[in-house]
Design a binder for this molecule. Sequence first.
Ligand code: HEM
Length: 496
Amino acid sequence: MIDLFILALIAGFITVAYLLRSKQKKKNLPPSPLGFPVIGHLHLLKEPVHRSLRDLSRNLGSDVFFLRLGSRRAVVVTSASAAEEFLSQENDVIFANRPLASLTEFMGYNCTIVSAAPYGEHWRRLRRFCSIKIFSAACLRDSSDIRRDEVRALLRRIHVELVTSGGNDFVRLKLQPLLYGLTFNILMSIVDGKREEDDETKEVRELIREAFEFSGVSYVGDFLPILKLFDHDGYLKGAKKLSSKLDKFMQKLVDEHRRNRGKTELEKTMITHLLSLQESEPEHYTDDIIKGLVQVILLAGTDTTAVTLEWAMANLLNHPEVLMKLKTELNNVSVEGRLLEESDTGKCPYLTNVISETLRLYPAAPLLVPHASSADSEVAGFDISRGTWLFVNAWAIQRDPRVWDDPEAFKPERFESETHRGKYLPFGIGRRACPGMGLAQLVLSLALGSLIQCFDWERDNDVAVDMSEGRGITMPKAVPLVAKCKSLPILDKVVL
Ligand code: HEM
């Protein structure tokens, strides 16, 4: 009798297990290429990754596809409509998490920084702080002097370099370090107040650059966690060392602010605002949270904006007709030999279109920042399980011939007529979209407009600028831009 009961129990158990498995098997996953055991599809990710993902999507004939990256599941989306569906009103919340990665564990203060924090109250608090204290219309107005001073300092630096090396002739100039210096100085002033260009500033600029280069390398241990035990390539050791150096510098900034509280020149810095909040809400604004926010603003804003400026200049050099049209617009706006002001840029639609077209073809975050799902869901007819990573291939979407006319061509005019809603997403969409978009656009407009207004530009050796994309998270140029440049008389008239 008991035996019969046990047999019935086992049979029942097997039936339930079978039913559960067959239910699981029925999961409708997006199409997927053939993979290997253990590594899955890792071998298919070739640099530049956004290109290899676009090619995979074409080979599979699907705008949504599934990859197994070692032990991680990932979904890749390569069309505007699919991106909209994954990040639409209802699904946006589900995909508003970020994947956990070793780098954000160390450098991101255990994933508490705004760009890596899971979706929830802590992340919302940090975003609210950013929206109110850095990126609101009033704060952007307040920081306009910083942008004007730093852009003028850039013009002065270039002018002096030209005068010392060639007088009135065209001089060869490597733009990248100058543009990177500009964007770093602007953000550093917003965060910490105006600083002299001393050894310490140079050191932290290098550290931020190093940290950025580090974050551009995908760490294989994040996909095959067993490798973390060995750290065969020294990645984890390097990340820890770098994050400890960065942390020391960030702590120094916070301590200096604490010591100098009340000084008028520090009144409006981001660190001052955060220290005030620390007094009223110490549990939410610890030193680690403050340091993390400072670091994220420097990391997220410096390279992205500088790289975009470099691509914009490269595009203009390869399209002299666009450069000429832009120069004419700028000269019409700032008449009487006056330097371009931020308030003028609103009257320069062509300048805005040149920047938009640059960001369309060369988005500084071609795969956005990876999202991760917090619950099982059904999207675009597919079953997506909790914890799946989501890569939105903005680069592919913005060059998709099904939705863009002549997509590979650099034509700023397209933004006058073509609607770009849904298919243009260089700053992302949804809750996790870039909070720094407004600031970035102001910096890009004033800096690019001023460079074109104040100098004549030519290609080096009259050879077309190489537009290949290099390795790295922000899609840098494979070959840094070298251009020939000559000061215009407007620079002599104004006191820089
Ligand atoms: C996130 C693009 C400049 C701060 C992002 C994302 C993109 C992006 C695509 C991810 C969106 C997503 O996951 O859906 C850009 C581009 C820039 C730029 C193209 C310049 C041309 C800036 C600047 C700042 C900034 C100047 C700050 C000063 C951030 C932060 C996040 C972010 C904090 C993380 C948001 C979160 O996870 O909640 N950016 N960005 N970005 N960006 Fe930007």
